[in-house]
Design a protein around this ligand. Structure first.
Ligand code: NAD
Ligand code: DAU
Length: 352
């Protein structure tokens, strides 16, 4: 079958990547979507079950740090576009093992840029879309918002590695004139998120009557966005975003961690038919994260005005959908928390 375009999506077996892949495979049948993913602990092919047999989808297991592999892949496919999501993404892990973050997030991005440059041939028809985070801007006090003009001030090994990759993307655009676009998004939540991140971790622990760890006093603030709204923004930016531009994406939905956990406990009590207040008894204050950023908040007026994007669900709707998904997908949770999904790969895909 002939396809009009070939799009490479990196990190498509991860949380956000799997939502982006699902969206693109279902909505763009004229495009061949190629997913490359190393399948680290965070990559899970079970996330893509619904679309894995579609004719416009291919999976290739591979490491973006492996320059030879990346060059060969680009040479073979001459991609029209790249949407780059592959990354080490968890701040706590970057504190215990920064080198993995430097390798994947910085060297990996540089390898993709070099390979993309080699197939670009001075055309603005192609595009390299780099998906990044609001954490590059540092931490806010009680007021203010991150805009596209906010100076970079990354404060964890994770955010420093993402900031470095953003700088590389802009530098390649400036120096080599390759067509790029970047977005910086706030905290995502939704289905298929690895249960080390706050919301799925709390849902899983509440379900299993285990302590829900809240770092420090729980006063840190995050701006939460439903993952499908991020995937929609990525789709709009990929297709309509202006070359060389950056777009901030956020939910205009700030929550103190402790208030968010209380809200989640209320929902879980209802869903699990528990007495009101039962789940909240599991809240346990633990040692704070080193260098814990106080507050993130995004001003997303640019993408709203330029591309007409806005979040489609309220936080209450999104949280409820998310809780329903985790409760309905016990097997997914059990596989990913026990490591059994590796056995599934072997049986299903013959991948080690
Ligand atoms: P994730 O950890 O769930 O998924 C990352 C994926 O990348 C996994 O499938 C993993 O196997 C793959 N990967 C890791 N190293 C690789 C390598 N060397 N080669 C190939 N594949 C590799 O992450 P996520 O939360 O889905 O985040 C995706 C992207 O979005 C990241 O770039 C992240 O910085 C960014 N982002 C995330 C959030 C959020 O709230 N989760 C918010 C803003 C931006
Ligand atoms: O802002 C975007 C970023 O959001 C993304 O770039 C990252 O990839 C993503 O992991 C996320 O980073 P955070 O560090 O904000 O997410 P996390 O879910 O780890 O933590 C959310 C908040 O909850 C943070 O203030 C730390 C706190 N926390 C986290 C965990 C895992 C707890 O209090 N207890 C926990 O057990």
């Amino acid at each position: 079958m002939m396809f009009e375009k070939k799009i490479l999506i990196t990190g498509g077996a991860g949380f956000i990547g799997s939502h982006v892949i699902r969206r693109f495979v279902n909505n763009y049948s004229n495009c061949l979507i190629i997913n490359i993913d190393k399948l680290t602990y965070a990559g899970n092919l079970e996330n893509l079950k619904e679309i894995e047999t579609k004719s416009n989808y291919r999976f290739v297991k591979g490491d973006i740090v492996d320059a030879d592999f990346i060059f060969k892949l680009f040479e073979e496919h001459q991609f029209d576009g790249v949407i780059h999501l592959a990354a080490e993404s968890h701040v706590d892990r970057s504190i215990s093992n920064p080198i993995e973050f430097i390798n994947t997030n910085i060297i990996g991005t540089a390898n993709l840029l070099n390979a993309f440059r080699s197939i670009c041939k001075n055309t603005d028809e192609k595009r390299f879309y780099h998906v990044s985070t609001d954490e590059v801007y540092g931490s806010l006090g009680e007021s203010g918002f991150f805009t596209e003009e906010t100076s970079y001030d990354p404060r964890s090994p994770y955010s420093a590695s993402k900031a470095s990759s953003d700088h590389l993307v802009r530098a390649y655009h400036h120096t080599f004139k390759i067509p790029v676009v970047i977005s910086n998004c706030s905290n995502n939540y939704g289905s298929h998120q690895f249960p080390e991140k706050l919301i799925p971790l709390a849902i899983n622990n509440i379900k299993n009557n285990k302590p829900v760890p809240v770092y420090g006093e729980g006063v840190n603030i995050r701006d939460w966005l439903f993952v499908e709204d991020h995937a929609l923004a990525i789709d709009m930016i990929y297709h309509k975003g202006k070359i060389g531009e950056t777009y901030n994406i956020g939910g205009s939905n700030e929550w103190k961690n402790i208030d968010l956990i209380h809200k989640l406990c209320e929902i879980m009590d209802k869903k699990l038919n528990r007495l009101a207040g039962t789940s909240a008894k599991l809240i346990t204050f633990v040692k704070d994260r080193a260098g814990h950023d106080l507050r993130y908040a995004i001003d997303s007026s640019k993408i709203q005005a330029a591309l007409g994007w806005k979040p489609s669900v309220t936080f209450e709707q999104g949280l409820e959908k998310t809780v329903d998904w985790y409760l309905a997908n016990e097997a997914w949770l059990n596989h990913i928390t026990s490591g059994a999904y590796k056995t599934y790969y072997k049986q299903q895909y013959n991948i080690a």
